[in-house]
Ligand binder design. Structure first.
Ligand code: NAI
Length: 252
């Protein structure tokens, strides 16, 4: 048995939601490097265009998809048939004091970050169940386990806590079918999502750093390597696990 061969994804087909930018784009890079062919499903046409330029000639296809559109998710899953790997990465960040969050804002965050994770898992998972194999990796957050500061975002935190428990629940239901479901819970990672703070809000960034034992913000490739591990046979005994990758933030 070769340990490194367990990471080999040649012959496997994967889809990464929100894979055109940020953490998702690095997940795509990691899966491609391991040999998988990858579908990038993203709502943003500009992000899709730049991903297409960047990945020209690689084993990748592009789908414009809003993951909250359940009918569109189902139809894409049926068109693609059984995939080996789903990375449920698409998500949005929002901030507002709890007492001011409108119903629209609350529903938007829950729709993208929580409901759509389930719609995608359900749609692609049905095919995995039929083929008796598959690995689903959800991108949760350390904010699904703890409340980060100083930003206020109860809707985001609640959505990510839900992602973690969807992960455990589906792992419990689908273990008998050979479908594994795990999640990564990243800490702060440098992406377009939080560039507002990293570029201009030095006070917020300083608080984040002082609460992180490693004393730095994470990189997208550092999350993607955990996703690669969870997607591959290297993690064959893991299902229902939430793997924290936060530079030690939740240790304090
Ligand atoms: P990002 O904003 O940099 O990229 C997100 C990508 O998802 C974009 O390409 C966007 O077009 C796409 N997307 C957004 N809504 C979509 C929808 N409805 N349908 C399809 N695609 C959609 O975000 P980032 O930072 O890369 O985040 C990725 C995931 O990681 C999210 O689930 C986020 O909550 C999570 N996360 C991010 C952390 C961070 O510090 N950046 C920390 C912990 C978790």
């Amino acid at each position: 048995m070769s340990y490194l061969n367990k990471l080999d994804l040649h012959g496997k087909r994967a889809i990464v939601t929100g894979g055109a930018a940020g953490i998702g784009a690095s997940c795509v890079d990691a899966l491609l490097e391991a040999g998988a062919s990858v579908v990038i499903a993203d709502v943003n046409p500009e992000n899709l265009r730049s991903a297409s330029d960047r990945l020209h000639g690689r084993s990748v296809t592009f789908e414009q998809l809003d993951v909250t559109d359940r009918a569109a998710v189902n139809s894409l899953a049926d068109r693609l048939g059984a995939l080996d790997i789903l990375v449920n990465n698409a998500g949005i960040g929002r901030q507002a004091p709890a007492e001011e969050i409108s119903a629209d804002e609350w529903n938007k965050v829950i729709d993208v970050n929580l409901n759509a994770v389930f719609w995608c898992a359900q749609a692609f998972g049905r095919h995995m169940i039929q083929s008796r194999r598959g690995s689903i990796v959800n991108i949760g957050s350390m904010s699904g386990d703890i409340v980060t500061r100083p930003q206020k975002n109860v809707h985001y935190n609640a959505s990510k806590a839900g992602v973690h428990h969807i992960t455990r629940s589906l792992a419990a239901e689908w273990g008998e079918y050979g479908v594994r479901v795990n999640a990564v819970a990243p800490g702060f990672v440098e992406t377009p999502m939080n560039s507002y703070a990293l570029r201009s809000d030095t006070a917020t960034t300083a608080i984040w750093l002082s609460n992180t034992p490693s004393g730095r913000i994470g990189r997208t490739d550092e999350v993607a390597s955990v996703v690669l591990f969870l997607a591959s046979d290297a993690s064959s005994l893991l299902t229902g696990s939430i793997v924290t990758a936060d530079g030690g933030y939740t240790a304090w």
